[in-house]
Ligand binder design. Structure first.
Ligand code: SF4
Length: 205
């Protein structure tokens, strides 16, 4: 089973009291935590500069951050010239520990750390408001734009909250796309038939 173990957890003050912060720190009780105003990875001198350090080293820093923007967005591929499949993205984690050599994320993201948006209740409330505002639209929502949806979930335990939340939304489906086979912790959740997990696979190296 794939394991991830950070060397440090950096917590922005804005999420210090969030239940998800407490949950994640509780899963790594021996890992040092650092409370900061706003973590600026590019000013950090302890090994997170992507130009000087291998990707893997940067990912040993887990950053718990307050997500300020609009959490649910139309898929960036949307254009008036295309027929849209009505897909939405939900930003919960940035960066992926799997490091597939062809993955665009390894070059696209401009920071090497793994970031969790820890104000989860607020993020999900945005989803609720967005879907309530368009009751005749079926929202397909994925969380895999900036990470593999489940690569870290058996360790961090974020998606169980999200799956329970989507179970109660009448006009939304949660789509979790992954290369992880660690899904046992999700199988008995009350999903209400509103979550779809799908896999892509790589050939043997
Ligand atoms: S699992 Fe997906 S997101 Fe992660 S490195 Fe591979 S292709 Fe990229």
């Amino acid at each position: 089973m794939f394991q991830y173990h950070p060397e440090r957890i950096i917590i922005d003050k804005a999420v210090a009291a969030e239940p998800l912060t407490e949950q994640i720190c509780g899963r790594f009780p021996e890992v040092p935590t650092q409370l900061v105003e706003n973590f600026a990875w590019h000013q950090d001198e302890t090994g997170t500069d992507p130009l000087r350090n291998p990707l893997t080293q940067g990912k040993k820093t887990l950053h718990l951050k307050y997500f300020k923007g609009t959490s649910i967005k139309a898929c960036p591929g949307f254009s008036n010239d295309l027929v849209c499949c009505n897909y939405f993205t939900l930003d919960l984690i940035e960066n992926c520990p799997f490091e597939c050599t062809y993955c665009i994320l390894q070059a696209f993201l401009n920071k090497p750390v793994i970031t969790v948006h820890a104000n989860l209740e607020e993020i999900l409330e945005q989803v609720r408001q967005r879907t309530v505002a368009q009751p005749d639209t079926l929202f397909r929502v994925g969380t895999g734009e900036h990470s593999d949806s489940l690569a870290l979930d058996h360790i961090l335990g974020i998606k169980s909250h999200v799956i329970r939340f989507f179970a109660k939304l009448p006009n939304a489906l949660l789509e979790l796309k992954t290369k992880s086979s660690n899904v046992e912790h999700l199988l008995d959740l009350p999903h209400g038939g509103k979550t779809v997990i799908s896999w892509s696979v790589n050939p043997e190296a």
